[in-house]
Structures are given as C-alpha cells and as structure tokens.
Write a protein that binds this ligand. Structure first.
Ligand code: SIN
Length: 560
C-alpha cells in the first residue's frame, strides 16, 4: 500500500522538437560523474560509437567545482577499505547497502590513483606522499585534497582537460534535458529511445530538439535549490531525478537530505548558494562555540566537533533554538594566518570577501542544505529500473550513503560508480528504437513559484521536521502544483522539477516517523527505530506519484 499519492506532471510541457540528432550514448551532466563516464566509455575499445555530453550551463557549473574538502579513500599507511567501510556504514545509520559500500571502499583507492594518472594534482606532504586529512565521521586521515581547499576545482580542471583532448566526445553546453523519449511499453520494453533537450543559444541547435540514443547516463547532480539556502550551485534543481521519475524509474531515500553544519551565515535574507566552510577546517582543529564561547560539541559525541555531520548540524540547530540565535560560531583563529593561506586559501578569500578575517575573527555558521543522499535507485553498476537508463553521482541512490553521507564520499562515489557503468554499458547497449508517442499528461508550474516553494521546504522540511509542519508543507506544495505556467521557459521547467522532487521528499519525510541520519523528526526523537530500517521509494505512473515504505535489510541491493 502506498503511504502517499501525489499528482505531478507526467511530462513537462514543451514545444515539439525542432531538430533531431543522434548519439549512441548520451550523458547528462559534466561534473566528476559525467566526465568520468564519458572518458571511460571513450577510452575502452568497446565499439560504443558516438558519445554526447549535454550540460545545463558551462562544463564547470555543477557541484564538483565547488567541492572543498576532498575525496576519501583508504590510501594512507595503517588505513584499510574495511575501516573506511565501517565509518561509512556508521554514518549511514543502518540503511546503507553494504555491498555498494564494499564496492566504493575497495575500488576507491585505484579510482583515485587513476584520477591522478589522468592529471589531477593532489597536495603532497614533505615526504612526497599524498597529504591526507580528516573530516567528520572518519577515524583515520583519509581525505586527499588539492590546492588546499580547492579539490573539486582541480578535479574538474583535470577532467575538462582530458575531455578537451578527446574531440570524439561531443559536448552540448547550455542544454537542459527535458524528458526521456521511451519505447512502447507493450510492443517494446518502455526503455530509453532518446531525450528531448532544450538548447539555449547554440546556433543551429537552438530551442527544443530530440536526441535519439541507445543509452542515457544521468550524472546531473542534486536538488539543493529545493531549499532557500544551500551550498549547491544554481544548476542543482533536481532535473535528473524528476526526469527519471517521470520515465518510470524509482527514487529512493529522498528524505535523507544532508544539511552541512558549517555554512557561512550571511543573514536571514541571503538566498541560493551560500559559502561552505569545509569540515576540513574542523579537521585541522577549528571548533564550534556559542555566543558565550561554550564549546558545545564536547560531550555530545566522542568525536566532538568531528562527529558525523548530522550530529553536528543537529547540535548547532539545538543550540540556536535554545539560545534564540540565528547562527553559531566557528573558531579557527588559532590556525594562524600562514596556515590559513596555505591550507584554505579559497575559504579565506571567501570569508574576507564577506568582511570576516578568520585568522582574527570568529566565522558565523549555520546548517544549510548540502547533499541529497537519495536519488534514482541504481544497482551496483548504475542501472535504474528503466532499460537503458543509468545514473551516477549525486543524482543516483547507489545505496552507499544510507541515511547520511560520510564526508568526502561523494566525489569518490561519482568516480567509482561511473567506472562501473562504463564497464557494463558497452556489453548491454540496446539497438536503435523509435520513441513511442508520448501519452503522459503534460504540465508546468510557473517559474516564479520557486521562492515560495523554497520557503515552504526550508521552514517545514529542513533540518527540523515534525508532523504538523510536514502536513502543512504537503498541502502548500499541492497548491503550488495547481498553478499553471503561462509560458514555457527554463524557469518553469526547473521549478516544476523542483516541485516534483520536493513533493516526493516531503511525503517520504512525513512517512518516516523516526529520527535517523540526516532526517530529524522532533516529534519522533528516538533514533533508528527498527520499524523504519528500510527505504521510502517513489514511483510514478502518468502523473500519479506513489511513495511507499520498503522494509529492507541493510544489505538490500537495488534492481537487477
Ligand atoms: C566539506 O568540505 O566539508 C564538504 C565535504 C563533503 O561534503 O563531502
């Protein structure tokens, strides 16, 4: 029995395609997951044919570019994949897929070495070894970083350079993947036949077109823009998750949205992407204090300021509520100016831009939306429920993060699981098929509904949740969904995608009557109730989305 049923558009309203092209494999997204998939598919002598990457903005506009902390892998002396697995499972609070975690930690070290061989320059210590640091929830120094706190930017640079040296990979920038084109579910298998794409100003391929393909890999990132404040860039509007849901894929664990504890507080009116103060700053010795200077993380957890980030986010929120303050403080003054300049040059620059000198002043911090631990449910090779549709990176739910992603496991997941897609996809590439006529009910909400949607989600489905707030959110989202866009444009497509994932997220959060990982119900404060050791899955059939609880052992795998 579904826990909740919601009406959302079965497909996005869009003009008929004005142009058509084809590529054997389409990859949507150009961060670590998308470009790794493209490079690995291109490198292998596997007869894949034409590879096309489409990306909504510039190649570097996604979340990878912004990753500060680094990439976690058992690379250091004394560390082991086993220990990395234990920390990952503890953070995931009982709902990780253990097999998926094993894959992540076992294949992680080689995947990082390959990234280095490709040209990514990580920081080294005085002995010439990769310099490793620690972040929340890790019991070992295992976070490799680059440019101090510019790890994502360095990885993105290296991948773009590698793709630039592979001209056979075609790229279309400033292109939104609108909806999948599917084969007939009766005469065919209902699988991927192509994708409609809206290109914003690329000459001949301007406007809505159709790209026919034999497989499609979603690597389109997360949904951070569902909330008013997030560390995610503007492109993170849940497009891939919403598109996959409309095509028949399952979304899993959407309620497990991670709120990063230390996001720079710029004032209650500051909206959209906010500056992240990496957990690595605490890894190097910074600590949280309240307005009285009390180090309130001590006694909350054995790892104190380096506890898993849900624990730290909740402790900050609790102290904010108890004291009526809009933020707490991070004290990193003792690290000293020389250390700040060498180790955290990006964060130092951002703080100074906002008038805070962290070498002499406390940094105001508050939790903000950071990462979607759930997404398109996939198996151990990135396959979704829809034939020919794969997903990797933040858009996917491979099962490695469970209820709360361990710090710096996201770049690693994108790397490892993209490699695994590239291992199997050539052998299971479908034939060319004609798309069936699309009979799904089209819809579109107005683009200007976005701030209201974000406010509803932030105030009622954020770090603190309870039944009354979630119910209110559910009916307010319903009202937003009843409005129709007058025109068809990017803002309306994105807002409709945001609404679709917000509805699924809210219904899953309503259903999960417990506190687990990053999902905090203040009306159900007991943690990790065995009744809820499982997943909330969302599936959709022609505009009706059903959210249901699936009881599952921790070792439960995905489809296939
Ligand atoms: C951080 O640098 O604190 C973020 C790292 C992550 O989200 O994994």
């Amino acid at each position: 029995m579904p826990t909740a049923v919601r009406r959302v558009p079965g497909r996005l309203s869009a003009p008929s395609p004005g142009w058509t092209t084809q590529a054997d494999v389409v990859i949507v997204g150009s961060g670590i997951a998308g470009l790794t998939t493209a490079l690995r598919l291109n490198a292998a002598d596997n007869g894949v044919g034409k590879i096309l990457v489409i990306t909504k903005d510039r190649l570097a506009a996604g979340s990878t570019q912004w990753a500060q902390g680094g990439i976690a892998a058992a690379l250091g002396p004394g560390d082991s994949p086993e220990e990395h697995a234990i920390d990952t499972l503890v953070a995931g609070a009982g709902v990780c897929d253990e097999e998926a975690v094993r894959v992540l930690v076992d294949e992680g070290p080689d995947a990082v070495r390959e990234l280095i061989a490709l040209g990514a320059n990580f920081d080294h210590d005085v002995h010439g070894e990769i310099s490793l640091t620690r972040e929340g929830g890790h019991h070992r120094d295992r976070i490799a970083h680059a440019g101090g706190d510019a790890t994502g930017a360095e990885i993105q640079r290296a991948l773009i350079a590698a793709v630039g040296a592979a001209p056979e990979i075609e790229i279309i920038k400033r292109a939104l993947a609108v909806d999948l084109l599917l084969t007939d579910p009766v005469e065919g298998d209902g699988g991927v036949a192509g994708v409609t794409v809206h290109v914003m100003g690329e000459g001949q391929r301007d406007g809505v077109g159709a790209v026919l393909c034999r497989a499609l890999v979603l690597a389109s990132g997360g949904l951070g823009q569902v909330f008013s404040q997030t560390t995610n860039p503007a492109v993170s509007t849940g497009d891939g998750m919403a598109l996959a849901l409309r095509a028949g894929a399952t979304l899993r664990d959407l309620e497990f949205v991670q709120f990063h504890p230390t996001v720079m507080y710029l004032g209650a009116d500051s909206m959209g992407q906010q500056p992240l103060i990496s957990e690595a700053v605490r890894g190097e010795g910074a600590f949280l204090v309240d307005f009285d200077g009390d180090r309130f993380m001590q006694g909350v957890h054995e790892l104190a300021d380096l506890a898993p980030r849900d624990v730290v986010a909740k402790a900050i929120m609790r102290r904010m509520l108890d004291t009526g303050r809009p933020h707490m403080w991070l004290d990193a003054r003792h690290l000293g100016a020389e250390f700040w300049e060498r180790r955290f040059p990006t964060i130092l620059g951002v703080c100074r831009t906002h008038g805070i000198d962290p070498t002499t002043q406390l940094i105001p911090v508050a939790p903000a939306c950071h990462y979607a631990s759930g997404g398109v449910r996939t198996d151990l090779h990135g396959r979704s429920d829809v034939p020919g549709l794969y997903a990797t990176g933040e858009v996917a739910c491979s099962g490695v993060h469970g209820a709360n992603r361990l710090a710096s496991n996201s770049l690693l997941e994108g790397l490892v699981y993209s490699r695994r897609i590239a291992q199997v996809l050539p052998g299971e590439l479908r034939g060319w098929s004609d798309p069936a006529p699309d009979t799904r009910t089209a819809g579109l909400v107005p683009g200007d509904a976005r701030p209201e949607l974000q406010e509803v989600m932030t105030s009622r489905v954020g770090v603190l949740r309870n039944a009354a707030g979630l119910e209110e959110a559910s009916s307010m989202l319903d009202k937003i969904g009843s409005r129709s866009a007058e025109g068809v444009d990017l803002a309306a497509w994105e807002t409709t995608n945001l609404l679709t994932v917000a509805e699924a997220l809210t219904e899953a959060a309503r259903g999960r009557e417990e506190t687990r990982g990053s999902h905090w119900r203040d009306d159900f404060p007991e943690r990790d109730d065995v009744t809820w050791a499982g997943h909330f899955d969302t599936v959709m059939s022609d505009g009706v989305a059903e959210v249901s609880f699936v009881a599952a052992p921790a070792s439960d795998g995905g489809p296939g």
